[in-house]
Design a protein around this ligand. Structure first.
Ligand SMILES: [Zn+2]
Length: 131
């Protein structure tokens, strides 16, 4: 399934989580539905340092996901060596969030570490719909 974009609510959640975790890294796996990323599977665990969030992602038993997301403690959003390794393992959509964790301070990469476009979509979540 080709990823077409990410739901705005999901992106806002990622930014909020990154902000509250800083200066520690926030990390999770992206789950898509019908080609749209609507869910983040957050990694359990408390200890965190510059690279451990990514390494913990690595060790997840089931790596099937649309991609990954993690935050960097500074402004630099370039993927590290460990990041690139992770990118190649699962999905084709990898978000890195940097300071100040705003809607402008994130970048999406493909599995090779090249910057890719990820449209932010305003979608209604099914749970919110009235029956
Ligand atoms: Zn990183």
């Amino acid at each position: 399934m080709q990823v077409k974009g990410i739901a705005r609510d999901t992106l806002d959640f990622i930014l909020e989580a990154s902000r509250s975790m800083a200066p520690e890294e926030f990390a999770g796996l992206l789950q898509e539905k019908d080609g749209i990323i609507t869910e983040v599977l957050i990694l359990p665990g408390t200890e965190s340092s510059d690279t451990s969030a990514v390494l913990r992602l690595y060790m997840m038993p089931n790596m099937k996901a649309a991609g990954s997301v993690h935050s960097h403690p500074g402004h630099n959003r370039s993927p590290s060596e460990a990041d690139l390794h992770l990118f190649s393992k699962t999905g084709n959509c990898h978000i890195i969030v940097g300071k100040p964790y705003s809607r402008q301070s994130w970048t999406c990469y493909d599995r090779k570490g090249k910057i890719r476009d990820l449209p932010v979509l305003d979608i209604e979540f099914e749970e919110d719909e009235e029956i």
